[in-house]
Design a protein around this ligand. Structure first.
Ligand SMILES: C[S@@+](CC[C@H](N)C(=O)[O-])C[C@H]1O[C@@H](n2cnc3c(N)ncnc32)[C@H](O)[C@@H]1O
Length: 205
């Protein structure tokens, strides 16, 4: 991410944080965790990393099923909303994943954050390195779109107009992941009248 797009994304999430969970899109996405979690192996002794956790749409329900969730995000404003929920087993971590992580996790999950990250191969490598052996990876984002989903892509720090999940899968394999698969997991009805499918990519370290 360039300094400019990073600054634009930061400013966008400062503006968006308070109302984020009330947006029609976030409200639809509240149904996502159940769909995703039914495809993961979640146990009460696990520690998960939620990359780009935001206000906790994934972290909060995940924390009810595992021992601990580290909610990593670069936006203090988004994490503030999550911290205000006072969920004891979630640790908010304002951090740049490219600066490294000093522990390993049973699983890494990320929803709607990848499209803000310029260097996806490097991100996948970081995710692979911070997982325990056979640790689970679950990545959720939009299928390739024409840029109409976010509208002001530059102002919102959007660096990818969704992804071709097959290409992402191939990048994840290069990063060392195995048992890779993907499927359509959800479809967002947008106020612009269009629907935008989302994929879930699953893999193991
Ligand atoms: C669209 S929100 C999604 C939040 C949450 N995962 C959800 O599903 O509601 C994207 C989040 O990714 C975060 N983000 C963007 N770039 C990031 C980066 N390089 N590292 C960590 N978080 C990032 C943003 O600050 C924002 O909170």
């Amino acid at each position: 991410m360039t300094d400019t797009s990073q600054a634009l994304a930061q400013a966008h999430f400062v503006r968006a944080a308070q109302r984020f969970e009330h947006s029609p899109i976030s409200q639809q996405l509240a149904a996502l965790p159940d769909k995703v979690f039914s495809l993961l192996t979640l146990t009460a002794d696990q520690h998960w990393l939620d990359f780009g956790a935001g206000t906790g749409a994934i972290s909060a329900p995940l924390a009810a099923q595992v021992k601990r969730v580290t909610a990593l995000d670069t936006s203090a404003a988004m994490l503030e909303q999550l911290t205000a929920k006072n969920i004891a087993n979630i640790s908010a971590l304002e951090h740049d994943i490219f600066c490294g992580l000093n522990q390993t996790y049973d699983g890494v999950i990320s929803s709607m954050a990848l499209h803000h990250v310029a260097d996806i191969p490097r991100l996948l490598k970081c995710m692979q390195q911070c997982l325990k052996e056979n640790g689970q990876l679950a990545l959720i984002d939009l299928y390739s779109e024409d840029g109409s989903f976010h509208g002001d892509n530059q102002g919102k720090g959007v660096l990818h107009f969704g992804f071709d999940p097959q290409e992402l899968l191939e990048e994840a394999a290069k990063a060392g992941f195995k048992n890779l698969s993907y499927r359509e997991i959800f479809s967002i009805a947008h106020k612009n009248g269009r629907t935008y499918p989302m994929f879930l990519l699953l893999a193991q370290a």
